[in-house]
Design a protein around this ligand. Structure first.
Ligand SMILES: Cc1cc2nc3c(=O)[nH]c(=O)nc-3n(C[C@H](O)[C@H](O)[C@H](O)COP(=O)(O)OP(=O)(O)OC[C@H]3O[C@@H](n4cnc5c(N)ncnc54)[C@H](O)[C@@H]3O)c2cc1C
Length: 448
């Protein structure tokens, strides 16, 4: 306990020191002044304030800070950016939900970027107009970064009976459902502790591991229940979990999940979902009170409502090597809504890709505005990191493979760094430290 206390305090003080220094340097940004959007000579409109849109606006604002004739406006239906890689840790309460979101207005206004919270409805790219919940907006340059949404691939019953994982509130809802099922089980419903997670990719594995960790914390609080009454299962259509990772890491993840008592059903496509659970294409029925869908995403449906844009067969916006929307000038698309390639190879929809694409789009837009030439996007694959809770992660970074405690340390270090803001880092470090020192606790926060 003594060394853990010192480690916790040292980490806290280190982060606090750097945090204060960073907070001071942030204050310097506030002197930036931007022209009003409607009267600016060049109006740059960014649709979406997720990884791609937020990074584009931030990099572009810095590149064009000296240009008084350029105004940047970012539009999002939400007022915050969710740091998705840490969201699965919200399920067992390892990180507080409020600590994985960043307020867009607070981040953007000091950079001279206007933030407007409203819904994008569609656009006419030929007329350079975007339709939003508060009226039409005109632009000179446009960036489309509206991301993704859950896809149930038309699976009967899935949309009605599954919990999805497409917002931070979904993570809290999953935790609340598990707690509610425990309460129902002690009240005498024997089948209420069966949980099925559909999808064995990164999100499915992280979610099932988060639920398992949550259950480990809950069990001692319910002396009338035993671990044997809980059944946690992953149904994966492919022949292995984490198919994008290398074989030894896939095996390490699978054996860790099995050790935690999680049943893994590979080669098992879900045919339908109903109020009693899941039916597989083999005809097997898996009874479950709670079914969570992580099996697929599709591009934002707004892509289909951009008049003048071309789509690929998966409904993503077609872009050229410089990330310009095909057939349009001054219009860029990136992130999960765009069919991005690099060196002729398709780029997977991830946050690391969206952030790199955003930097390329910002550079190309800055080049357009200052009379330079846009450059082709070059993707650099950094690696994959998947946390399995309980101080275990599998990591494949720059060719190095790590699993277990070492992988977990790498996961924490990388995402703490990527979190971006020193106050958020301090909050997350304090969440981890308090948990390590005082033991885990399940937050009973309910969002209705
Ligand atoms: C649980 C989970 C864990 C993940 N973990 C990782 C990870 O560890 N590493 C990794 O690289 N990737 C991870 N990802 C994937 C990653 O989050 C996405 O690839 C990334 O967010 C894509 O960035 P984007 O900018 O294209 O879209 P987003 O980040 O989704 O941003 C889209 C933005 O557009 C806004 N928007 C959408 N529609 C509208 C509308 N009609 N009007 C106004 N605004 C709108 C949204 O509110 C959102 O702010 C994870 C995803 C999930 C679900």
């Amino acid at each position: 306990m003594g060394s853990r206390l010192w480690m916790g305090l040292a980490a806290g003080f280190a982060c606090a020191g750097v945090g204060i220094a960073m907070a001071r340097s942030r204050a310097g940004n506030r002197s930036l002044r931007a022209p009003s959007y409607d009267s600016a000579g060049v109006r740059v409109l960014v649709l979406g304030g997720g990884f791609g849109g937020f990074t584009t606006a931030r990099v572009l604002a810095r590149r064009l800070a000296a240009r008084r004739d350029v105004a940047i406006r970012l539009v999002d239906r939400e007022d915050s950016l969710t740091f998705w890689p840490m969201v699965p840790e919200v399920i067992p309460g390892a990180i507080q939900a409020a600590h994985v979101v960043r307020a867009l207005r607070e981040e953007l206004v000091p950079l001279g970027v206007e933030f407007v919270r409203t819904r994008v409805i569609g656009a006419d790219l030929d007329r350079r107009t975007v339709r939003t919940g508060i009226g039409d907006m005109e632009y000179d340059k446009l960036v489309v970064a509206l991301g993704w949404q859950t896809s149930f691939f038309g699976t009967p019953g899935a949309a009605q009976h599954c919990l999805a994982m497409q917002s931070l509130t979904d993570a809290v809802a999953i935790r609340t459902r598990v707690v509610d099922q425990f309460e129902a089980a002690v009240a005498g419903c024997p089948h209420d502790l069966r949980f099925v997670v559909i999808g064995g990719g990164s999100t499915g594995v992280e979610v099932v591991a988060g639920i398992s960790e949550l259950i480990d914390i809950l069990i001692p609080e319910y002396p009338g229940l035993s671990e044997e009454e809980v059944h946690l299962l992953v149904a994966q259509a492919k022949d292995d979990l984490l198919p994008h990772m290398e074989e030894p890491l896939r095996q390490a993840a699978a054996s860790r999940l099995r050790k935690d008592g999680i049943e893994l059903r590979t080669d098992s496509t879900v045919k339908s979902v109903d109020e009693r659970g899941v039916v597989l294409d083999s005809g097997d029925r898996l009874d479950a009170s709670t079914v969570i869908w992580t099996a697929g995403v599709e591009p934002s449906p707004i892509a289909r409502r951009l008049k003048g844009a071309r789509l690929d067969k998966r409904g993503r916006l077609k872009v050229d090597a410089c990330l310009r929307v095909s057939g349009q000038s001054g219009v860029y698309a990136l992130g999960d809504i765009a069919a991005v390639t690099s060196g002729g190879k398709p780029i997977p929809p991830t946050a690391q890709a969206a952030v790199q694409e955003a930097a390329a789009v910002a550079n190309n837009l800055a080049a357009e505005v200052t009379g330079g030439e846009p450059e082709a996007f070059q993707y650099r694959f950094m690696g994959h990191l998947v946390t399995l809770g309980g101080r275990f992660a599998v990591s494949q970074v720059f060719g190095a493979r790590l699993s277990g405690w070492a992988g977990h340390l790498l996961w924490r270090g990388v995402y703490l760094y990527k979190l971006g803001d020193w106050r958020d880092r301090l909050h997350v470090v304090s969440d981890w430290s308090i948990r390590a020192l005082a033991g885990p606790r399940v937050p009973r926060l309910r969002l209705r």
